[in-house]
Write a protein that binds this ligand. Sequence first.
Ligand code: ZN
Length: 101
Amino acid sequence: MKGLDQQRIMGEYFGYPTCCIDSWCKNHPQFYFNRPEVQRQASVEGFVPCLTHSEEIVAGTVTHEELIANRICPTAFPDQGSDAQVDKYLAKYDKDSRKKG
Ligand SMILES: [Zn+2]
């Protein structure tokens, strides 16, 4: 599995919106250190919202919890669960995608 594919899968695992995952993947990895101030303020744990959602979070019109949907991770945001759970999920995903391909 390539690095960015894994980033996307992890974003889905944590229930982040597609636009935020796209924004992260498009700009990764320099992005994390160079993101605009509003995105720094809106970032929590591993979740770096896209610019639009960052502005909404900072303005208080939306919360992180409202943006996060269909979360596969068994623990509530911002907890990222255990590495073992993540590894198990990635291993399963890898096996499933190999079966299909
Ligand atoms: Zn977004």
